[in-house]
Ligand binder design. Sequence first.
Ligand code: PLP
Length: 388
Amino acid sequence: MTTDAARGFASLAVHAGQEADAATGAVIPPVHFSTTYAQDGIGGLRQGYEYGRSGNPTRTALQEQLAAIEGGSHAFSFASGLAAEDTLLRAALSPGDEVLLGNDVYGGTYRLLSRVLGPWGVRLRTVDMSDADAVRAAVSERAPRLLWVETPSNPLLRVTDIAGLAALGREAGALVVVDNTFATPALQQPLALGADVVVHSTTKYLGGHSDVVGGALVLSEAHRGGPLADEIGFLQFAVGAVSGPLDAWLTTRGIKTLAVRMQRHSENAASVAAFLQGHERVARVYYPGLVEHPGHDLAARQMSGFGGIVSVALESQEAARRFAESTRLFQLAESLGGVESLVNYPDAMTHASVRGTDAAVPVEVVRLSVGIEDIADLLDDLAQALAA
Ligand SMILES: *Cc1c(COP(=O)(O)O)cnc(C)c1O
């Protein structure tokens, strides 16, 4: 029984949903490209498959793997992280419902809520989610239908208390959603801490190789066989923002090495953070693994590692831009979570759309997605870029 839920994380990541092919014994299950399935008489489906939008064995394998690694009851895979979010929000909300979210959530999440779902009557309110008193006050003022948590946040790595907010949300009758893209289930398990739903952009660490766009939703045990699972399953089929077979397979392959990758990302990021913190041209380092980080103790309790993202403030906007354009091994690009190191200047790249709002990123800040290369090469590269 390869999906035995009692197994450890790394074993589940390698084996869940990955039974050898029954017909040939192939250890790696084949990728199923077929869009349609032969029926044994009208309505006589073999294993429930009828048409590629409603179900595909390669997608099923990924969904079983995702449910196992997050410790959830159901998982649903989508064409992108935002497609997953859209499906969840449509399933959980009705016109007039309100979402309470962090003031530093992923910009695409904010855009989806404000510009796509807003005109359909969904309301939103933002709060500093890392400030428990502020969240409590906001919830008691008016109970939201849904509480959206992202921790650590992007790019300033603020850390939010998942268990505390899950308890608060449950009391208020709100659905508690955690975007677990940055930490991944290798380092943080929101469903075990009381969250209802985990959201992923599998484009990032789960895929892990910067070669596939995808997203996922995983529901807690409390939702097994419940109306939310039914509604999400229905919308996945009825709207159809599903992952294609090759995308699903690439994501499955990425997840198999997630445990070792996150270990190496975290080790390298810790070394990068320590190096930057000791550098004369650096004004501030944002990394939850540093004892000076305001969320360090919480992160140490809530996470089993501090992850691969490090942000750094230099002395000035000019110095930050020059640093971001001077690295060689760290490539200047958006996105994060791949094996290769990337550097991003949020103010003009990933976070340009929130310039001038209270979610704006300081112009001195540069974000590093620390890859799994040799640490000596990464530090050499940062040293030469800081000298530039
Ligand atoms: C990238 C990202 C998303 C959106 O995912 P896509 O796969 O790009 O649609 C959502 N949340 C976080 C935290 C992300 O980094």
